[in-house]
Write a protein that binds this ligand. Structure first.
Ligand code: 6MZ
Length: 348
């Protein structure tokens, strides 16, 4: 049973800004997929990293390959996206920016365009079914696929930004950080920015990305994913920190993901503390709630316990995230109103 403290985090209205669709697939949804595709011989241990387990980042990326085998058709994507949206809503997330990499699968007839359309259909259906959450979509560029694919993806994202009634709001740059260099993707990212897509870029997720981060920070991005190795204590530099601070770029921080993926040695050594203590815009996120077996309530609870945050500070953290969304102003105002209404019930 949930304790009083657990209930506080679950009741806390939350904003999720860094959630990869295929990394967010829950145990229950995975069960359905595994049963439908028994011939693949996939077990749960291959799609999730349980409590107490650790993997290298490289092993995490192997997990995504397994999940992609299970999620390979329009029907799968529709089910996965609807389930993920429903689960975030059940966890008290009021606004969600989901991100995913459009994929084509010849065997099932899936195209990148249908991929995006299907995610948007899932968002639409969830809205029709009155799931209590506002969902937007970021089209993801997998750095592994190089500059040409990146440019194609930007064009697709732009098209949907113009035709999706505000559902597609931006572009994510993600994928294995040890593969490729951001300089090759600069042109595509610049184009995305010029056409009005907001940029959420994974930066300095591993120590070797210092030069890349210097370069990509000049765009500048609208939000930073992870930023684990930006600050000098982690092997980054003052110049990187100066840029991030001058631009006041919010950082999406994913504690469990970083600890389980072993880029951070323990919760209380997480760089959340560095940025939070500076008063820098920080937002707690799940990254891949399915793969890392977490949810956003748990991430808030872990941060509060590792860094001694009061319930009032936790409330402040969740509320300030509204400002870092890529949502238009009226949506932000609606969220502010919701937070004000819920405050007396949550902070007793
Ligand atoms: C752990 N830290 C991470 N760092 C970088 N990229 C990550 C990631 N976690 C997930 N992804 C990116 O998201 C894809 C899975 O979701 P989608 O198929 O796009 O929905 C992965 O293949 C990778 O490109």
């Amino acid at each position: 049973m949930d304790t009083e403290a657990d209930l506080f985090y679950r009741r806390l209205p939350k904003v999720e800004l860094h959630a990869h669709l295929n990394g967010s697939v829950s145990f229950e949804t995975m069960e359905k997929l595994i049963k439908q595709k028994l011939h693949l011989n996939i077990e749960h241990s291959m799609t999730a990293i349980r409590s107490g387990q650790r993997r290298t980042l490289d092993e995490c990326f192997q997990v995504f390959k397994v999940i992609h085998q299970l999620v390979d058709s329009e029907e799968d994507i529709l089910m996965v996206a609807k389930d993920v949206i429903q689960e975030f809503a059940a966890d008290g997330v009021k606004y969600l920016e989901l991100r995913s990499t459009p994929r084509e699968v010849t065997e099932t007839g899936l195209t990148k365009r249908r991929y995006v359309e299907t995610v948007l259909e899932a968002i639409r259906q969830s809205k029709e079914e009155e799931v209590d959450i506002d969902v937007r979509f970021l089209v993801a560029v997998d750095r592994r696929h190089g500059p040409e694919v990146a440019m194609e993806t930007v064009k697709l994202a732009e098209e949907f930004m113009l035709s999706s009634d505000g559902m597609v709001v931006g572009l994510d740059l993600s994928g294995d950080p040890t593969v490729g260099h951001g300089k090759d993707l600069l042109c595509a990212l610049q184009k995305a920015k010029n056409c009005g897509l907001k940029l959420a870029l994974h930066l300095s997720e591993v120590p070797s990305q210092k030069d890349e981060s210097e370069l990509l920070l000049n765009l500048p991005p609208d939000r930073i994913g992870h930023g684990t190795f930006l600050h000098p204590e982690a092997g980054g530099s003052d110049s990187l920190v100066d840029k991030v601070c001058k631009q006041n770029t919010p950082i999406e921080l994913c504690l469990t993901s970083n600890v389980k993926g072993q880029t951070v040695s323990s919760y209380n050594k997480h760089h959340f503390q560095y940025w939070y203590n500076r008063g820098h815009p920080c937002v707690l996120c799940t990254d891949d709630k399915g793969v890392f077996c977490t949810d956003l309530s748990q991430e808030y609870q872990l941060a509060a316990s590792a860094f001694g945050l009061s319930q009032e500070s936790v409330w402040g953290l969740s509320q300030q995230a509204i400002n870092f969304t890529f949502a238009p102003e009226p949506i932000k105002q609606r969220l502010e109103k919701k937070w004000a209404e819920l405050r007396p019930q949550v902070l007793q």
